[in-house]
Ligand binder design. Structure first.
Ligand SMILES: [Zn+2]
Length: 302
């Protein structure tokens, strides 16, 4: 199985246009030791010819253009991208669908709750129905393996997050809470990828999924629980935003301490996160704990 990281940052990317945190400011001044990053996006393929996107990032157009495997193969209009699997209805996970609207037939897999938010309340996405045949939506049942195409199967794992704040209460009341945020396992029958860019504090059972996978791309959004409130002066903590921080008590590093497998890679990294700074103690602590830090263009062959 081929896994490509097309984007590794959280919403806003790195640097973020309106952010004056230490990381973003130093990056703009050219004195930051580390890489700029686009918003989180992963592509997977069993054969290297047909690809599925995991989520659809706001940066998807430039990410596709930067990835030769995703260019049309022949003289005809077309795409090696067969479809998209969504893990939430967060803006950063769905906006990129609009980049895929050029009359290209696609399959989109999502939980029923996420599909309803995108298709019933956001009329811009109806533009996808204009392709011929129209984009097809498939429900992702929780905990049940579903065939994508061309040798890949995927399973939705509920991780206990909540629907985005933009969802109105009338709709929210009719949605199953456990369908709000999922992790995904993707397998070609031999190797397994776990993709969980959002791991809420109340997530259960995810550790067994980590242990059962060959590669785990996990929530690397924040280093500390109060990272964003410190920069903004107010607002929600990492845990309140649905992200277990990497450090501290009950953080991801502690939870997976001593694990010998799989390859653990932090992805969906917020621009405030000190692990982006390759000269920081936090960056070193990640590597010492056996983690890798995702960057745009990273590839895995499982
Ligand atoms: Zn910043």
């Amino acid at each position: 199985m081929h896994v490509k990281v097309l984007g590794s940052a959280a919403g806003g990317g790195f640097p973020q246009w309106n952010c004056a945190c230490s990381n973003c400011s130093r990056m703009r001044r050219g004195v930051f030791r580390g890489s700029a990053r686009t918003q989180a996006q992963v592509a997977v393929s069993a054969d290297g010819a047909t690809w599925f996107l995991l989520n659809a990032s706001p940066d998807l157009r430039q990410q596709i253009l930067a990835t030769p495997e995703l260019a049309p193969h022949g003289p005809q209009r077309g795409s090696p991208i067969a479809g998209v699997v969504l893990t939430s209805a967060d803006v950063d996970a769905v906006i990129g669908l609009l980049h895929l609207r050029e009359f290209q037939p696609l399959r989109i897999f999502a939980t029923r709750g996420v599909r309803r938010i995108v298709t019933e309340r956001n009329i811009l996405f109806r533009t996808l129905e204009r392709s011929d045949p129209p984009v097809e939506w498939y429900d992702l049942p929780l905990g049940k393996e579903v065939a994508l195409t061309s040798g890949l199967r995927c399973t939705a794992i509920p991780v206990g997050g909540s629907y985005p704040e933009y969802v109105d209460n009338d709709l929210r009341r009719t949605l199953a809470p456990e369908e709000a945020v999922i992790g995904l396992t993707v397998t070609d029958g031999t190797k397994t990828l776990l993709f969980a860019p959002g791991l809420p504090a109340k997530a259960k059972d995810w550790k067994s999924q980590v242990e059962a996978s060959d590669l785990a791309l996990l929530d690397g959004t924040f280093w500390t629980n109060d990272e964003l409130t410190k920069v903004r002066g107010s607002g929600r903590t990492a845990r309140e935003m649905g992200h277990l921080p990497l450090s501290g008590r009950g953080g991801l590093l502690e939870e997976l301490r001593g694990a010998t497998r799989p390859r653990r890679v932090a992805i969906h990294i917020n621009n405030t996160n000190p692990i982006l700074d390759e000269e920081s103690a936090e960056h070193r602590a990640m590597l010492d704990a056996g983690w890798e830090i995702a960057r745009d263009g990273m590839e895995f062959h499982l």
